[in-house]
Design a protein around this ligand. Structure first.
Ligand SMILES: Cc1cc2nc3c(=O)[nH]c(=O)nc-3n(C[C@H](O)[C@H](O)[C@H](O)COP(=O)(O)O)c2cc1C
Length: 543
């Protein structure tokens, strides 16, 4: 018997597919006057301006993932500031005559940035513990509540280590303003990108991020005091995930939840702050309200996930420092069509997307890996052009093969990387066509669709619908950085034609579904765009 929630998420997914002759429902035009403000602030609260990094952490790009040499920093405001600057802060301002807009370390569909972040911090420097909203425009914390010292000690005693809590939330309206019903999908991609950014930035500080995967959405929203906020209709923040950040010198943080009495104590704090109004008008997308309910997460048994400790084959990236790569990450808007990568580089990029114990970002321990990659390989040297498949979870291999077109060859390409050759051919036009006719898919070195184990993942746990998108966003974030590290560039693509992708694999039903596309190639810069430093608008701060 299928639950109503399972049916609800499957219905939403079907309803929000793009087809060659019919896009998912949206307004059909851009209501520019009403574009939501991409920056939330809480008005009427104490603001703590954060210092900008005087110099970036010295870690090399590989250290991001291996954690070798990333010395564990103390939990003081200066380090938390650095952690936020290199995860969710601004990365640049772009301009054309008459208009300028900011970019961030974390990418976002349509640059609309539906993801907000909140922190529950211990007493730091001379300041009391508290619940804070992070405002990336001002690079500031907005104090929404004071946490009594004894309550914070209870959190630390329960977790077993010093550290702090960081949470992500989504404002659906920011995406649905442009993308209509499909906007819920994009919000969740963006959560995945942001979660990966947190994990990777924490690694630079010698810290680890762990998802408190036993908590329900209701508990997260109470711990953040969202029940006390007077939201403007449709501009609410929806709780996504609460994580604990601790030193990576601690062998393993114990629990993956907070006990109900701590959640109750946090929810009983005095919260203040009035969220700013983001749009003049809002529009209610019923389909999003419904799927959000069907995909809401209940309390679940807390779980530790193990992914295997296999040592990576070693990166081929001739990359400079990790922070430089993190800061320079951008989405390509056009490719030359002439770029190439060596076979070894291609394999090393793919290997980075595999989950491993103790390797960020997947060691946040969200779930068993359920995302696989269907690759359109256009120009990788010493590798035949054609269709390939990266199996990110070997337990799914036989099942994927059984639901795929029997003509696909499944020939193993490499001893270490679970990559399989499926079919030879020039797939440039196909890749462009199925990616909403976006030329960056066909003009690339390779592009891909992220294929999720869908039906059986969601049947018992419909809330995993969101997590599947998060996982795809995390894979996307690794691909973005890997592309930069190899001297090329990536772009996430939320726009693709769903079922035509499934036809390439021969899928007949929703056992597996494509959730996100990505492309990597040699970028062509748009020279009309001006580029400006991220925080020139702020006066320097001293702690
Ligand atoms: C989930 C997601 C979906 C995206 N979809 C597309 C897309 O379909 N086409 C495209 O050209 N860019 C796409 N992008 C790239 C965004 O437009 C880009 O991240 C945003 O403009 C911010 O620019 P930046 O990535 O250079 O910081 C997507 C990004 C994300 C994170």
């Amino acid at each position: 018997m299928e639950s109503r929630s399972f049916q609800g998420v499957v219905r939403y997914h079907e309803q929000t597919k793009h087809h060659f002759h019919r896009f998912a429902k949206s307004l059909g035009y851009m209501d520019w006057d009403n574009q939501p403000n991409p920056f939330r602030t809480y008005e009427g609260v104490e603001i703590i301006r954060l210092p900008l990094l005087k110099s970036d952490p010295a870690a090399g790009y590989d250290d991001l993932y291996t954690r070798h040499g990333n010395q564990s920093r103390p939990f003081v405001l200066e380090q938390v500031a650095g952690f936020l600057e290199l995860s969710l802060g601004l990365s640049a301002w772009k301009s054309i005559p008459g208009s300028q807009w900011s970019l961030r370390i974390n990418p976002s569909s349509g640059n609309l940035h539906p993801t907000e972040s909140h922190l529950i911090l211990p007493p730091m420097d001379t300041r009391e513990a508290g619940v804070f909203h992070y405002n990336p425009l001002a690079h500031a914390l907005e104090r929404r509540a004071v946490v009594p010292r004894e309550l914070w000690r209870e959190v630390v005693t329960h977790m077993g280590y010093e550290g702090f809590l960081v949470a992500l939330s989504s404002i659906y309206w920011r995406e649905s303003w442009k993308y209509g019903e499909r906007g819920f999908r994009y919000c969740n991609h963006d959560v995945g990108h942001a979660l990966a950014c947190l994990s990777l930035s924490a690694s630079l500080q010698g810290w680890k991020v762990k998802c408190l995967n036993g908590l329900s959405d209701e508990e997260v929203q109470r711990a953040l005091g969202f029940h006390e906020v007077e939201w403007v209709e449709e501009e609410e923040e929806h709780p996504e995930i609460l994580c604990f950040v601790h030193s990576d010198e601690a062998p393993d943080v114990g629990p993956r939840r907070l006990p109900p009495d701590i959640v109750s104590a946090l929810s009983g704090l005095h919260f203040s702050g009035k969220p700013n109004v983001l749009s003049r008008d809002t529009y209610r997308w019923e389909a999003i309200g419904e799927v959000a309910l069907h995909a809401s997460k209940p309390v679940t048994p807390e779980k530790k996930y193990r992914y295997g400790a296999k040592e990576p084959r070693g990166s081929t990236a001739p990359a400079p420092g990790a922070s430089k790569i993190i800061r320079q990450r951008r989405s390509a808007v056009a490719f030359s069509g002439r770029g190439s990568l060596a076979r070894d580089q291609f394999l090393s990029i793919l290997e980075r997307t595999l989950p491993r114990d103790d390797r960020p970002p997947f060691d946040v321990e969200l779930m068993e890996p359920c995302i696989h990659l269907l690759l359109f390989v256009h120009n990788v040297l010493e590798l035949e052009q054609g269709l390939y498949f990266l199996v990110r979870n070997a337990d799914h291999m036989a099942e994927i093969q059984s639901v795929s077109n029997p003509v696909l060859q499944w020939r193993k390409v490499d001893e270490d990387v679970p990559l399989f050759f499926l079919q030879a051919g020039d797939f440039r036009r196909t890749a462009t066509r199925v990616s909403c006719d976006q030329e960056i898919a066909g003009e690339s070195i390779f592009s891909l669709g992220m294929i999720a184990r869908f039906r059986e993942t969601l049947r018992e746990e419909p809330y995993r619908y969101r997590h599947l998108f998060w996982e795809s966003g995390m894979v996307g974030q690794v691909l973005y950085l890997e592309a930069e590290a190899h001297g090329v560039r990536g772009t996430g693509m939320g726009c693709f034609y769903d079922d035509p992708v499934h036809e390439i694999m021969g899928f007949k039903d929703n056992a597996y579904q494509s959730l996100y596309h990505f492309t990597i190639g040699e970028p062509v810069e748009d020279r009309r765009l001006g580029s400006h430093p991220p925080y020139a608008h702020l006066k320097p701060q001293r702690l």
